[in-house]
Design a protein around this ligand. Structure first.
Ligand SMILES: Cc1ncc(COP(=O)(O)O)c(C=O)c1O
Length: 375
């Protein structure tokens, strides 16, 4: 059987129904909290505008992005709902973001001044570093940030709407850092309240914490990877149904029969041990296929699992089709929901020594995105 069919030669099929269903399942597991759909980095490679629309249509309360530019890109889709961003450049003019009702996060007094400088009594959130050692005010800097925020709010120059932090080890539910971070967060919020600030939104949970730590749900959960159907705690039986949203596939650009002993791709890292049919799939590392997965990846073809062989090239990879009937134009599914022989993004991550987040986020280059499901 040859699953031939028309379509782009390299395609990421995005299932919007699956995305909405994942968001609903995540909202249900954190039903006392509001839900933020994290769509930074072009919605983890899924394409910003359709994911924002699907999330809002599904009733998502908040959209979360890293940079103010991403937040403005969300606004450019016509979105008018609550948005939070958390990664502004030191010298960035935040006036446009503030004017567009984007809530910007301050991790330091300097950033708070930058937000105030935008004018217009901006709604602002404060980030405390509870143990990730990434962004957020740490230790005595948190006290300084609280003091400054109280002064600015008292003078009517801004409104503090939220306080939040981010987990370091939530994908290891038993890691002691998780409890410690929650405790530091509680103390940080106490300090804020003691300074007279009562933020409406306290939030800490990413996808793994949403799935495994009800104590961290608080007022809002920020879900990224799980909403795209990539389970960040796949070994934990959390009972939340998640369906991979992206299916990456390519149409065979060439098919050839080769004898045993044929060296395949650069460096001949793979040699056929029998006569076989090789297929050329027109996606390579320019499309985000991980070179570290060379010879370890797999795909799905006509319901079967097939091996990717030899080194990943810039524009193409080779697959070993064995004695299957295959023709130019037939579709090879590189990863997807895993329901038709193909591996999942998490399977690819394991094979390439990376994480599922990176597998989907790096999909790009010449890949055409097509969307399925109700718009
Ligand atoms: C601040 C912040 N919150 C939430 C998320 C979403 O994390 P996840 O994809 O694990 O749900 C991210 C992504 O890394 C983030 O940077």
């Amino acid at each position: 059987m040859s699953p031939a069919g028309p379509g782009p030669q390299a395609e990421a099929v995005i299932d919007l129904d699956a995305y909405r269903a994942n968001l609903s399942a995540l909202a249900a597991v954190a039903s006392d909290a509001a839900l933020m759909a994290v769509v930074k980095a072009d919605a983890y490679g899924h394409g910003l505008a359709p994911m924002v629309r699907a999330a809002r249509d599904g009733g998502t309360d908040w959209i979360g992005v890293a940079t103010p530019a991403e937040a403005l890109a969300v606004r450019a889709t016509g979105d008018t709902g609550p948005i939070l961003c958390w990664l502004a450049a030191p010298d960035e003019d935040l006036a446009a973001a503030v004017a567009a009702d984007v809530e910007v996060t301050a991790s330091s007094v300097e950033q708070l001044e930058q937000i105030v400088a935008a004018g217009g009594r901006p709604r602002t959130q404060l980030k405390v570093d509870t143990g990730l050692a990434r962004n957020g005010a740490f230790g005595a800097d948190w006290s300084r940030l609280v003091e400054s925020a109280a002064a600015h709010q008292g003078a009517g120059r801004l409104e503090i709407t939220g306080v939040w932090s981010h987990f370091a080890c939530a994908d290891q539910p038993d890691h002691r850092a998780n409890d410690e971070q929650e405790q530091v967060f509680v103390r940080a919020v106490d300090e804020l309240q003691a300074a007279g600030i009562e933020p409406r939104w306290r939030h800490l949970a990413n996808s793994p914490a949403t799935l495994t730590r009800p104590s961290a749900h608080l007022d809002l959960v920020r879900v990224g990877v799980a909403s795209y159907g990539i389970d960040p705690v796949a070994t934990v039986d959390h009972g939340v149904p998640l369906t991979p949203v992206m299916t990456l596939r390519g149409r065979l650009a060439a098919v050839k029969r080769v004898p045993a002993g044929t060296g395949v791709s650069y460096g001949h890292t793979f040699t056929t041990d029998r006569a076989t049919t090789l297929g050329l799939v027109p996606l390579g590392y320019a499309e985000g296929i991980p070179v570290t997965g060379s010879g370890q990846l797999s795909g799905g073809f006509a319901g079967d699992r097939i091996a990717q062989v030899g080194r990943v090239c810039m524009d193409q990879i080779m697959v070993d089709l064995g004695d299957r009937d295959a023709r130019r134009g037939d579709v090879v599914t590189l990863f997807g929901p895993g329901q038709d022989g193909e591996p999942t993004a998490n399977d690819w991550a394991a094979a390439a020594g990376t994480i599922g987040y990176e597998i989907v986020t790096r999909v790009g280059g010449r890949v055409v995105r097509t969307y399925r499901g109700a718009p």
